[in-house]
Design a protein around this ligand. Structure first.
Ligand SMILES: *Cc1c(COP(=O)(O)O)cnc(C)c1O
Length: 389
């Protein structure tokens, strides 16, 4: 199918200027599609921040205190995302608050430099740890790990344990509580990657009570900037994060480790404001709005042959479960509709604006997480135009 030449949603004027195709994002929150949509309040805070300068150390200290206060942590610091939080947290556990060590990294000579992870917990973002110069040590096998294996893996070289929250409780692996019981005796800090663990909102702070020493959270999942996030936890360890963070590279005594992970003041403010907004938000109303939008789309598609329409939940770890509804799962019967789901996905993707959906076998998930009503309507109209006859 050839691209539709006009842009019915009148979106993406700036994108057209650069010859870039604007996207209607029916996939949810993905870094490759630009993260989330910033709310008017977050955007206004960024605009205001743009008018004034600030001492970045001051801004990072105060926003960190605010975030820590909101989540019941001893301390926190905004970072350019959760991946950066893992990287900075690892560097912090090696360098401590020693400026010369911050400057020495990624050469880890003379430092504890091993990061431990259960083999069954290996995942995409664990490589952020080795980018600091650390060595990643696997415990057990992909089938699981035992307490005695964990005990044996901890040595005087152990700098940190990485424990991904979304894999906690995976069959065969040791839970955060079990790992914490071992690590605490041996004095090795645990960093929990809880990047998308933000709902119900009280789970965000809960990992600290369950044994985490540091927790990495991504702002992209709570309506903050794609290049935002934070790390929170023990005061001494967050002070060590400050020691490897980007500030005072030009003005301080040391060429600090984290200088390439620098942040704009607007982003720092946006992370803190988006978190405040997320914690104060009526999440029942947020889910009710998804249900309403799914209804809008269903209405648009009703009467088309060869489609099945089932409201579902598309989870942050990309599974389809029944509740709470945030997407419409559209099944395509090629004989009836004229296109398979894969062909429909390709046609939607190649239109203008491009519509990105989640292909699940013979079905397409249309995820409402970052869609506006006019976009939902446009998706419905576009699917109608694809239908046979
Ligand atoms: C997205 C994600 C990250 C990285 O977060 P950024 O804020 O994009 O750097 C880390 N861990 C998990 C589990 C994620 O889903």
């Amino acid at each position: 199918m050839s691209p539709i030449p006009q842009d019915p949603a009148s979106t993406g004027v700036v994108f057209h200027h650069f010859g870039v195709v604007p996207v209607i994002n029916a996939c949810g929150i993905y870094t490759d599609l630009g993260g989330s949509r910033l709310s008017p309040r977050v955007w206004a805070a960024m605009t205001e921040t743009n008018r004034h300068f600030v001492r970045m150390t001051d801004l990072l200290d105060r926003t960190g205190e605010r975030i820590a206060g909101l989540l019941g942590a001893e301390a926190a610091r905004v970072t350019p995302g959760a991946a950066a939080a893992i990287m900075l947290g690892t560097a912090a556990c090696m360098a401590g608050t020693d400026g010369s060590r911050s400057q020495q990294l990624p050469n880890t000579h003379g430092m504890k430099s091993e990061v431990l992870i259960q083999a069954g917990h290996r995942y995409k973002y664990d490589r952020q740890t080795i980018m600091t110069g650390a060595t990643l040590i696997e415990i057990g096998s992909a089938n699981g790990a035992r307490v005695d294996q964990y005990e044996a893996a901890i040595t005087e070289r152990s700098a940190m344990i990485l424990h991904p929250a979304h894999l906690d409780g995976k069959p065969g692996t040791l839970s955060l509580e079990q790992v914490s019981a071992i690590a605490r005796r041996r004095g090795v800090p645990i960093l929990v990657d809880a990047a998308y663990m933000n709902y119900p909102t009280d789970i965000m702070g809960a990992y600290l009570g369950r044994g985490a020493d540091l927790v990495a959270i991504s702002a992209k999942y709570f309506g903050g900037p794609n290049a935002g996030g934070f790390i929170m936890g023990r005061k001494d360890l967050v002070a060590a994060v400050t020691n490897v963070h980007f500030t005072r590279y030009e003005s301080g005594q040391y060429l600090k480790y984290g200088r390439p992970l620098k942040m704009d003041r607007q982003i720092v403010v946006a992370v803190a404001v988006a978190l405040e907004e997320w914690l104060a938000m009526d999440h029942e109303a947020r889910f009710a709005n998804y249900v309403r939008q799914v209804g809008l789309l269903k209405e648009k598609l009703t009467g088309l042959r060869g489609l099945s329409l089932v409201p579902m939940n598309f989870t942050m770890d990309e599974r389809l479960i029944p509740e709470p509804v945030n997407c419409l799962l559209v099944g395509f019967d090629k004989a009836g509709f004229g296109l398979s789901a894969a062909e429909a996905a390709e046609a939607l993707k190649n239109g203008m604006p491009s519509i990105m959906t989640v292909l699940e076998g013979d079905k397409l998930a249309i995820v409402m997480d970052v869609l506006e009503d006019d976009e939902v309507g446009l998706i419905g109209d576009r699917i109608r135009t694809l239908a046979r006859g």
